[in-house]
Structure formats: structure tokens, C-alpha cells
Design a protein around this ligand. Structure first.
Ligand code: HEM
Length: 148
């Protein structure tokens, strides 16, 4: 039962994190770039930041809990000798990439967001969104018993 609840919460969190970034990348960002108007991004950011971060936090908690259920002993996970452990390791790599991109954007680009720095933020948004979609691809891959 706990396992099923964790999978449902994890999937729900995925809709928020990945869905939110797809909306940002596919609708808000193109408009902001067209108008050269950083305010559009600021507005979205203000609305989505807390909710999005809560969703990402939930992904980490539920994801690690699921991993613990699959691999009660850490050394079995670290052996990386099954598609499951490899896909989970890839997801941890995606998480590291996401955190690095998000921290860089949040603390170095967004505070000084102008028309000139809008392009560099655009690359970050596309990057985090790509990673968010890959989370879903590899997550679904786990459920499907591998993507090959
Ligand atoms: C924003 C980040 C993440 C997203 C969008 C995401 C998305 C997904 C999706 C869509 C699934 C398929 C659910 C299903 O149909 O069963 C999944 C499964 C899974 N994810 Fe994530 N995930 C994220 C982060 C993580 C993290 C950080 C971990 C921990 C290492 C993790 C571990 C797992 C595991 C173990 C499964 C398999 C659950 C099952 O048996 O189906 N995920 N993920």
C-alpha cells in the first residue's frame, strides 16, 4: 500500500514539476523573448516558485523512498548491476544537473534579469525543462522494465 501511495504521489509531483516547466518553456518564455520583456518570467516565477520547489522536494522524498523499497541495502543499489539501479542513478544525475542549473539561474541570473540577460535565462529554462522531461522518460522507463 505504501508503495502504491508513493508511486501516485511521485507521479503527481512529476505533473507539477515537468508540466510547470513545459508551460514556462513553451508559452511564457517565447512571449517574453518576443517582447524582450523579463517581467513575464518574473510573474510566472513568483507564482510557480514555491509550488514547483515543493513538488521537486516531494519527488526527491518519494523517489528516495521508492529506491529504498527496491534496494533496502545501499550496497545493492551501488553495485549498479541492474537496469533499475542504473536508471535510478541516471535520475540522481538529472537531479544534480537540475539543482546546479536552478541555483545558478535563481541566484545569479534572475536577480539581475534585464533585456540583455534574458537569453542566458532562456538557455537555463530550456535546460531545466529538458531535464524535467528526461525525469519522466527514465521514470516511465523504470515502470516499463527498461526503455530498450
Ligand atoms: C522532478 C523530478 C522527477 C520526476 C519528474 C520523476 C518522474 C517519474 C515518473 C513519471 C515515474 C513513473 C511513475 C510510474 O508510472 O510508476 C517515476 C518513477 C520513479 N522515480 Fe522518479 N521522478 C523524479 C525524481 C526522482 C528522484 C530524485 C528519484 C530518486 C532517486 C526517483 C526515483 C524513481 C523511482 C525509483 C521510480 C520507479 C517507481 C515505480 O516503480 O514505478 N525519481 N519518476
Amino acid at each position: 500500500m505504501l508503495f502504491k501511495i508513493l508511486v501516485i504521489l511521485h507521479t503527481l509531483g512529476a505533473t507539477v514539476w515537468t508540466g510547470g516547466h513545459l508551460v514556462l518553456a513553451a508559452t511564457v518564455l517565447p512571449r517574453a523573448l518576443k517582447e524582450r520583456n523579463p517581467d513575464r518570467i518574473h510573474q510566472f516565477e513568483e507564482q510557480f516558485e514555491g509550488f514547483g520547489l515543493a513538488a521537486l522536494l516531494m519527488q526527491v522524498i518519494t523517489g528516495l523512498s521508492l529506491t529504498w523499497i527496491y534496494f533496502p541495502r545501499l550496497q545493492d543499489f551501488l553495485a549498479l548491476d541492474s537496469f533499475l539501479s542504473v536508471y535510478i542513478a541516471i535520475k540522481l544525475g538529472l537531479l544534480l544537473g537540475t539543482v546546479l542549473l536552478a541555483v545558478h539561474a535563481r541566484f545569479f541570473i534572475i536577480p539581475n534579469l534585464t533585456k540583455e540577460t534574458l537569453n542566458s535565462l532562456a538557455y537555463h529554462i530550456v535546460g531545466v525543462t529538458t531535464l524535467a522531461v528526461l525525469f519522466v522518460v527514465f521514470g516511465a522507463g523504470i515502470r516499463l522494465g527498461g526503455l530498450g
